[in-house]
Ligand binder design. Sequence first.
Ligand code: DGL
Length: 273
Amino acid sequence: MTDRCNAPIGVFDSGVGGLTVAREIMRNLPEENIVYFGDTARVPYGSKSRDTVLRYSRQIIRFLRTQEVKAIVIACNTASAYALDEVEKELDIPIIGVVKPGARVACEVTKNKKIGVIATEATIHSGIYTNFIKNQDPEIQVIGKACPLFVPLVEEGWLKDSVTFEVAGRYLRELMDQDIDTLILGCTHYPLLRSTLREVVGDKVSLVNPAYETARELKELLKEQNLTNLQDQKEARKYMFYVSDLAEKFRKFADSILPFDVNTTKQISIEEY
Ligand code: DGL
């Protein structure tokens, strides 16, 4: 039992964006070890088909199993939308995605029952946020909008640039016209645009970052399944980072997001899994 509790949590994403989720897990579950995998060679997932994203996710899960993870978090919204239901059936360890936790909290937050969702084309196309929300409360109206330009803008570091502000204004106009009071940031990169988005939507719209709720759900899940790491934190703390392409960009991005420097990132050949 103890060995299993000390095992790491596997967290994966199509690239760097999932570090926003890993960061929340590190903050909320400081006792846990993490193996992070970013599929930097095959990013973006947001414009790929369900079959491709499912195949990639299965490969990554096979790799994470070699690291003897005790649980898996799909930090990527697109992979959560396209792969979670399938891979969950194939696994004997707990696995969660970011979509359900985000949808749940948005339902709690909305007052006028009008929720906007911004995400990749794939996530919006899957209809997954709408389905979860409607399952919770069929009266809630969900307005989805794919915002494909946000990912490259974030990766370029243009978080508060006038161009980003202009793009955000155009994407969000439709949602604002429909009077949403809650906006789900349904893509790993979008929480980094929080202050620009806040400026565009104003103070009356609640911004929901699914990463917070995912970390909370993970904590509960580990507790329920007696998987919480009880080892002394200082000794136990260990984060490993793996990527499928050793782009310098990953380290730079990671250093800007995480509260410590990521000195070692290992490249693996994910197609072999
Ligand atoms: N990680 C993806 C997501 O949350 C965004 C980047 C991509 O398209 O791969 O949907």
